[in-house]
Design a protein around this ligand. Structure first.
Ligand SMILES: Cc1cc2nc3c(=O)[nH]c(=O)nc-3n(C[C@H](O)[C@H](O)[C@H](O)COP(=O)(O)OP(=O)(O)OC[C@H]3O[C@@H](n4cnc5c(N)ncnc54)[C@H](O)[C@@H]3O)c2cc1C
Length: 422
């Protein structure tokens, strides 16, 4: 009888669905996949194997992330196949797959360590333009998002408006055919590489806050916009503050009706929360964790028995999240819309990423102490194994997951009030 935890794991003593040698193919979604879905899964795997640059996937596997140029290249590769936007309707260039197919696709992409496409375009402003945009706006923006010719950032938060977003103060004053925008947005991720920003502005300051908000699509090259860097505590430029000083924006750049921008904003936040269930990302992290534990064991490191229990507990949490995400996606597909219950996915998905990080940090031990970037900048490289180099940095980066897109406390409030009716 083997007492090696990996052996027990492989015997299914601890394991529910994902096995070290048998990652994503047969075991996952056993209940949900029919024969045609499995054929689809095989096609997706073959396409990824044939088209994803191995150097890029190795960077992603080790946690370094892909550059904008590499993400753009991968976006164009997927778009050439018609797979860049699985959730968009076919008439605007999407694949319009069912929830199950999207789930399979996303899981296979993450399992292969493919770079993530730009969420601000594909999952946030893209669907908002599809739902609220004029024909001219759809024609102007959607093909460019699909082909990585336009990249976006999100101008919602302000220095005095985060959780209480409707108290934002950036104004857009009507002036003939234009608005003149003044104010500032903060925590704007990717503003340094984006060429467009979607922004919430006040177009009427005399009514209750939610009623006077409009939604603008702005070219970052417009005179009067400046971008200042903000560093995260792993030393990386994660955010920016964006200043608007008499920025002239043509009125046709407004998405939806004037003063009805709050409806667009809420819909977009719902899409954002659906995206941030992070099931596939968590599955990838779990698989990394299993690989790293195995490598550490092979190096002679004896992992505490409680480690295996923690690992099993994480997998159980992930499977529960997976089932809930699939349930909500299916409801959305059958026309049910995105309700406040999507906050559960955001809450649980972001907490789970942090729990995975924490266990990964425990496994790599002392190699987690130095932060990666200074080590690499002076050419000395990682001091430990290659997989340990980015663990600390990623862990600090992921701390923001329970704040971005609405903090956990705010998600708890939404679930209590709007889902449970408390
Ligand atoms: C990694 C990251 C990326 C981000 N990217 C972007 C971006 O690209 N674009 C953008 O616009 N914004 C972005 N943000 C900002 C993010 O949306 C805000 O940080 C978030 O909405 C919280 O707002 P705040 O920071 O002002 O905190 P506050 O709203 O001031 O909250 C402070 C604390 O009070 C708690 N709190 C607030 N209200 C309540 C309440 N009613 N009940 C209970 N507790 C409450 C919060 O949970 C938090 O703990 C990003 C943030 C992070 C961390």
């Amino acid at each position: 009888m083997h007492s090696d935890p990996f052996h027990l794991w492989q015997q299914g003593v601890v394991l529910l669905t994902t096995r070290p040698n048998d990652r994503s193919r047969e075991n996952r979604l056993k209940l949900a996949l029919d024969e045609s879905d499995i054929a689809f899964q095989t096609e997706v795997c073959a396409y990824i194997d044939a088209n994803l640059d191995k150097k890029v996937s190795e960077k992603v596997r080790l946690g370094y992330g892909a550059s904008k140029a590499e993400v753009d290249e991968w976006t164009r590769t997927l778009n050439a196949k018609g797979w860049a936007a699985p959730h968009w309707p076919v008439e605007v260039g999407g694949a319009e797959w069912s929830a199950v197919r999207r789930h399979v696709f996303e899981n296979e992409l993450r399992a292969a360590h493919a770079p993530e496409l730009q969420g601000f375009g594909f999952s946030m402003v893209g669907p908002a333009i599809i739902k609220y945009g004029s024909q001219a706006q759809k024609a102007q923006y959607l093909p460019k998002i699909l082909n990585a010719e336009m990249s976006w950032c999100q101008g919602y938060s302000e220095p005095q408006a985060g959780s209480d977003l409707a108290s934002l103060r950036t104004t857009a004053v009507s002036s003939g055919d234009n608005y003149v925008v003044n104010g500032s947005k903060i925590w704007t991720s990717a503003a340094e590489i984006a060429d467009h920003i979607f922004v919430l502005v006040k177009t009427d300051t005399h009514v209750k806050s939610q009623l006077g908000i409009s939604f603008l699509l702005i070219d970052m090259a417009t005179p009067g916009i400046t971008v200042e860097p903000l560093l995260a505590f792993n030393g990386v430029r994660l955010w920016n503050q964006v200043f608007f000083d008499n920025v002239v924006v043509p009125k046709p750049n407004r998405l939806g009706e004037e003063n009805k921008g709050w409806t667009v904003a809420k819909n977009l936040l719902g899409n954002e929360r659906l995206q941030v269930s992070r099931v596939a990302e968590n599955r990838r992290l779990l698989n990394n964790l299993i690989d790293i534990s195995r490598a550490e064991q092979q190096r002679g490191i004896d992992l505490d028995p409680s480690f295996w229990q923690k690992l099993a507990a994480l997998e159980i949490r992930l499977d529960a999240l997976d089932a809930t995400a699939l349930r909500l996606l299916s409801k959305f597909d059958s026309g049910g819309g995105i309700g406040p219950e999507v906050s559960m996915l955001k809450l649980k998905g972001s907490q789970l990423v942090q729990a995975m990080d924490s266990l990964m940090f425990d496994v790599i031990g002392l190699y987690g102490l130095p932060l990666d970037s200074p080590m690499r900048a002076d050419g000395t490289g990682p001091i430990g194994t290659d997989y340990a180099d980015m663990v600390a940095s990623r862990m600090y980066h992921h701390r923001g997951y329970t704040i971005a897109g609405g903090s956990s406390e705010v998600q708890h409030n939404i679930i209590a009030q709007a889902v449970l009716g408390l």
